[in-house]
Design a protein around this ligand. Structure first.
Ligand code: DQA
Length: 146
């Protein structure tokens, strides 16, 4: 099976963007780590990033046919997007929400997540390791089907 790993706005600048908050690893580094972690579970990864809300929604729709699970870091859309929540509600497999930083330690507006109303699990504040933890969780959740 394939896990869609979706990344929202500004995450293309990971490694350059506020490294004191988000660390120095690039999104390409995270992609490589995610692919090899999934491989240990016999799973594939389709790792995607967009700054556009509609593109993330289109990928969630595509995942309905092509993915066994979704890992999503919706970035700032976490806190604003009913449309991404609605799209995730059309997906039947497991959804894990990831935030690199601990959003609960930060500004009040980052404490609320629309996506958490759908997510089966939420990982925040574990750095980019959060993506790998999410993949391990999905391997566990999908084990009975594999
Ligand atoms: C983030 C946290 C969000 O609040 C922020 O808008 C991001 C990244 C994280 O991974 O910590 O862009 O999702």
């Amino acid at each position: 099976g394939t896990i869609y790993v979706l990344n929202g706005p500004n995450l293309n600048l990971l490694g350059k963007r506020q490294p004191e908050i988000y660390g120095s690893e690039t999104l390409a580094d995270v992609e490589a780590a995610a692919i090899s972690q999934a491989k240990t579970h016999g799973l594939d990864v389709n790792f995607l990033q967009s700054n556009a809300e509609y593109q993330l929604i289109d990928w969630i729709h595509e995942a309905r046919e092509k993915a066994v699970a979704i890992v999503i870091n919706p970035a700032a859309y976490t806190h604003t997007s009913v449309a991404i929540l609605d799209a995730l509600n059309t997906f039947e497999g497991p959804v894990i929400e990831v935030h690199i930083s601990n959003v609960h330690k930060r500004e009040e507006f980052r404490h609320h997540s629309f996506v958490s109303l759908r997510a089966d699990g939420v990982i925040a504040g574990c750095g980019t390791q959060g993506y790998l933890l999410a993949i391990d969780r999905i391997a566990r959740l999908t084990a009975c089907e594999n």
